[in-house]
Design a protein around this ligand. Structure first.
Ligand code: EPS
Length: 376
């Protein structure tokens, strides 16, 4: 599969082209739009989300809700464009309006200006913005539906917000009941996290967190130990790291594995006639040698606090080269719930690519038949 996104945060909209979805997949548009609504919600979101009402419009590759095997084009329009077209319209506008030169530490502003030879950080930040993730969620939901047709499920939850951390372990089913306020699994912890977000808002600051992503129903042998680029953990880690503000990824035990003895890390192997090969533990997070081993995939991703702070940090005004405080008009205090939705989408998209590469096939029917034939 090949996926490309385009679009600016305050431009006309966000767009994606997905190549390689087989013919014959019946799409559930409401499920896609439900995921888009969830990405916009969650405690700690900013004023922009009161303007947008994200919905996916499918422009190509689908007829009567069934995929044709041709490239699928999906659009998510920006309602805020109406307020910005005077300085954003591709067909002509006043670029002197809403310039940004008090570059924000931690954002793409300064590095992008230098790299692309820009005098106005708007020419960089409009694309670097996490607004892009709206269309990635639409793509991810299409890919989730393809995986679902094979019996592969993806779920996740918010494991920590700032220092408020959930140290419990949960079975896959429990994740499906996670809260739609912050995406956590314990009401007690979520209440504490909300207090932290409120305190952060009062201070004009921002807060990050950690999300756990899990995949159930993936048979063994996806990804490959034969070339480094094909390793499943490497591909999924890259997909997670590609999400705006993600600064760390763990697989299974992750960094904890480095502190333990080998006997406390590796999952011993068993066999019975009903289950075939299995492990009683899953510290590897479902990946050995860069290949799925038939156990659940377990990944975690750490999101840094958003770099637009209302109580802005010190920076330099690139127009004058004088010390200044960074630009801030409005900002999310904490977008961890949105990030969790996006991370799930990133997993769905990359995993669908991995699965499609191994199974091949022009139709969903062929893919399903080949998947059924594989050993567990
Ligand atoms: C973002 C800045 C904010 C966020 C935006 C990401 O947008 P604005 O500058 O319009 O207030 O709300 O995220 C979204 C718009 C979204 O839909 O997630 C940034 O600079 O990354």
């Amino acid at each position: 599969m090949k996926i490309t996104t385009s679009g600016e945060s305050h431009g006309k909209g966000l767009f994606a082209i997905i190549e390689g979805v087989p013919a014959g997949l019946k799409l559930d548009l409401e499920a896609i739009n439900c995921a888009l609504r969830l990405r916009q919600s969650g405690y700690g979101r900013g004023a922009r989300q009161t303007i947008e009402r994200d919905e996916a419009e499918i422009l190509t590759g689908v007829r009567d809700l069934v995929t044709l095997g041709s490239p699928i084009t999906v659009a998510v329009w920006n309602r805020d464009y109406e307020n910005w077209k005077a300085c954003m319209a591709p067909e002509g506008c006043d670029t002197a309006l809403r310039q940004l030169t008090k570059v924000r530490p931690g954002h793409a502003d300064l590095v992008g200006m230098v790299k692309f030879g820009q005098q106005d950080a708007r020419n960089v930040l409009e694309r670097a913005s996490a607004r892009e993730t709206a269309v990635r969620v639409a793509v991810g939901e299409i890919c989730r539906q393809l995986l679902g047709a094979l019996g592969i499920e993806v779920a996740g939850y918010v494991k920590s917000v700032g220092e408020v951390e959930d140290e419990r372990e949960y079975p896959f089913e429990a994740l499906l009941a996670r809260s739609e306020v912050l995406g956590m699994l314990g009401a007690d912890l979520e209440a504490r996290a909300i207090e932290k977000i409120e305190a952060c808002r009062d201070r004009g600051d921002t807060l990050g967190g950690v999300c756990e992503l899990r995949v159930r129903g993936l048979k063994s042998g996806f990804g490959s130990c034969m070339t480094y680029a094909e390793k499943l953990d490497a591909r999924l880690a890259a997909a997670l790291m590609s999400v705006q503000a993600v600064k760390g990824v763990e697989v299974g035990l992750g960094f904890e594995a480095a502190k333990r003895l080998g006997s406390e890390v590796h999952d011993e192997i068993y066999y019975d006639n009903a289950r075939g090969y299995f492990r009683k533990t899953n510290r590897a997070g479902g990946v050995e040698g860069g290949m799925s081993n038939g156990e659940e995939l377990v990944f975690r991703a750490a999101m840094k606090p958003i770099p637009t702070l209302m109580r802005a940090l010190n920076t330099v005004d690139t127009a004058t080269k004088k010390q200044a405080t960074a630009a801030a008009e409005r900002s999310d205090v904490c977008a961890i719930f949105a990030c969790e939705r996006v991370l799930e989408s990133a997993v769905c998209a990359e995993l669908a690519s991995v699965v499609a590469e191994r199974l091949g096939g022009d139709t969903l029917f062929e893919m399903q038949a080949r998947y059924r034939e594989l050993p567990q």
